[in-house]
Design a protein around this ligand. Structure first.
Ligand code: GLY
Length: 308
């Protein structure tokens, strides 16, 4: 079976100055994840590597470059899920951790729980030797400026999501040569969110889901809307009812838009290697590696090809 990896760098109205860096960033992440698959790594290893690449890139709202909460602090959420066993690990409201996706994986593999939050998640990170970084190291110049412009929570959230101006989330899905699928999603959440606010990203069935019998999904967009419609599982429910990956994604995103007026996007891979990158926002940077081809896009209906 040939492997597939698809990544997104967040669905939102990406401004011109971030358009090219966003596309370059998702292409680099897709290359990082697919090189893991090509050297025999699992889907789980590949989605972790791809998401780590975007967490390390300040262009994206995850890890370095994450949005700031109402107190001007970083609070990060992430999930990872293994489609073979339905094992899942997540963290929410963590600070000082550059790669929350790896901490989420440790929750999955080293504890009997599915999610750890806030202080407990940070204490767990310390106990297993996950490196912490000074909180300021995660804050980008772009985010400092944006946060200053939107210090008020109500203004920030309502304006940013009405006009899709909020920087949003990274994620990856993969199918490996053994037929296993996995997903991972990581985010700084919403700019000027209340302290302690947790969005969709770390919530199983909302920010991501993976099941070898149906496929894997990673979502992006307005967290409260995604939570209300359990977007990742909704997409796979449509797949369960016989829809293609692309139609299932479009139907679920349209439902979210009609029912709760939420914008967003998703990347999906099926157990047979079908994949889709779909969004209802103005733009979403995405990239996919299938056999030796690298596909990518930013605008609606854009599908470009590059050498791997
Ligand atoms: N989709 C990320 C969030 O709303 O937190």
């Amino acid at each position: 079976m040939s492997s597939v990896l698809v990544v997104h760098g967040g669905a939102w109205a990406i401004p011109e100055e971030l358009a090219r860096p966003s596309v370059e960033g998702v292409k680099a992440a897709a290359r990082a994840g697919s090189s893991v698959l090509r050297s025999g790594g699992s889907a789980l290893d590949a989605v972790e590597a791809a998401v780590r690449a975007m967490e390390d890139n300040t262009v994206f709202n995850a890890g370095h470059g994450a949005t700031l909460n109402a107190d001007g602090k970083v609070e990060l959420d992430a999930i990872i899920m293994d489609g073979k066993t339905l094992a899942s690990g997540a963290v929410s409201s963590v600070k000082n951790i550059a790669n929350p996706v790896s901490l989420a994986r440790a929750v999955m593999e080293k504890t009997s729980h599915v999610m750890l939050t806030d202080t407990g998640a940070n204490l767990f990170a310390e106990s297993i030797g996950i490196r912490t970084v000074p909180a300021d190291e995660l804050v980008s110049d772009f985010e400092k400026k944006e946060w200053e412009k939107h210090k008020n929570y109500v203004t920030g959230v309502i304006e940013d999501f009405s006009f899709q101006r909020d920087h949003d989330t990274v994620g990856a899905v993969a199918l490996d040569s053994s037929g296993n699928v996995a997903c991972a999603t990581s985010t700084g959440g919403i700019r000027n969110k209340m302290v302690g606010r947790v969005g969709d990203s770390p919530v199983i069935g909302c920010g991501g889901y993976a099941d070898n019998s149906l496929g894997a999904v990673s979502c992006t967009g307005h967290g409260e809307s995604i939570l209300k419609v359990t977007l990742a599982r909704l997409i796979l429910s449509h797949v369960e009812q016989g829809k293609s990956i692309a139609d299932a994604s479009k139907l679920a995103l349209k439902y979210m838009s009609d029912r709760v007026q939420g914008g967003g996007g998703a990347v999906v891979v099926s157990p047979s290697g079908q994949w889709a990158a779909t969004f209802t926002t103005q733009r979403m940077a995405w990239a996919a590696v299938e056999r030796d081809e690298l596909w990518y896009g930013l605008e609606q209906n854009e599908r470009l090809k590059d050498q791997l």
